[in-house]
Design a protein around this ligand. Structure first.
Ligand code: HEC
Length: 223
């Protein structure tokens, strides 16, 4: 395809993102493609790049051709839902307490505010970080340190017949296959308060789901 520098008027203007946005405008809101020498192959190719870039900016799942999930980009710029410290689902707990930080993209959060439901294509990230007590001036309590990895949950009816799928990443993972149902899906299915999300542990989402009647109160019961 043509490089950006061959486009009239764009030789040195803007970041690649701004150039993409500019050409996106031209393609969909009517400039003359023949004149600028942009053929339909290059449009298709460009469209794919825009869709992919928009996906990563907006926080939508992107897959390889064999349905593996690509690592979500910039998820720390999404909405932060809450942190857990040393949460464990077995009675003995873990030796070393880790933090979990949960994020959801802005667009999905906005939809949730309107009706207490997660729209199709919602993605969640839970990142796991090590904790430490002694360091610098700190003597008690815990602060967060190294990334141990992160889990991703996707609601996607097109890609997964059971809608919800789960993946593991670390900093070097290029793409991840969905985990078997028993590893992740089942616990979320059986214990989460709103669809598959553990909203009982996200204090800012809880009142919203309750208001819209999508909150399963019994999921707060202690086993
Ligand atoms: C035994 C139950 C259980 C299993 C198994 C489980 N989770 Fe979770 N998951 C939770 C709980 C509880 C939370 C909320 C608390 C937290 O850790 O912050 C959570 C939160 C999450 C979140 C944040 C969004 C949400 O749904 O609330 C993601 C993403 C996630 N888990 C991914 C995974 C992945 C990936 C796996 C499999 C490797 C997995 N989970 C297995 C219990 C489980």
């Amino acid at each position: 395809m043509l490089s950006f520098s061959q486009d009239a008027g764009l030789s040195s203007y803007g970041t690649p993102d701004r150039q993409l946005a500019y050409r996106f405008g031209n393609i969909f809101w009517g400039s003359n493609h023949e004149e600028s020498g942009v053929d339909s192959h290059s449009n298709r190719c460009l469209f794919r790049r825009i869709a992919s870039r928009a996906g990563s900016i907006l926080g939508q799942a992107e897959y390889t051709s064999d349905n593996k999930l690509l690592p979500p980009k910039n998820f720390r710029e999404w909405i932060f839902l809450s942190s857990g410290l040393g949460m464990s689902y077995s009675p003995q707990g873990a030796d070393h307490q880790m933090f979990t930080n949960v994020f959801v993209p802005h667009w999905a959060y906005s939809e949730f505010l309107k009706n207490g439901k997660w729209p199709d294509q919602t993605m969640f990230v839970v990142e796991e970080r090590s904790s430490q007590t002694k360091g610098s001036i700190n003597k008690a309590g815990h602060f967060q340190t190294d990334l141990m990895g992160y889990g991703v949950e996707v609601k996607d009816e097109t890609h997964f017949p059971e809608k919800w799928a789960y993946f593991n990443f670390d900093e070097t993972t290029k793409s991840a296959q969905a985990n078997p149902k028993a590893a992740c899906f089942q616990c979320h299915e059986d214990h989460a308060a709103v669809e598959h999300s553990f909203t009982q542990f996200y204090p800012t989402l809880k009142p919203i789901a309750k208001k819209f009647g999508t909150y399963k109160q019994e999921r707060e019961n202690v086993d």
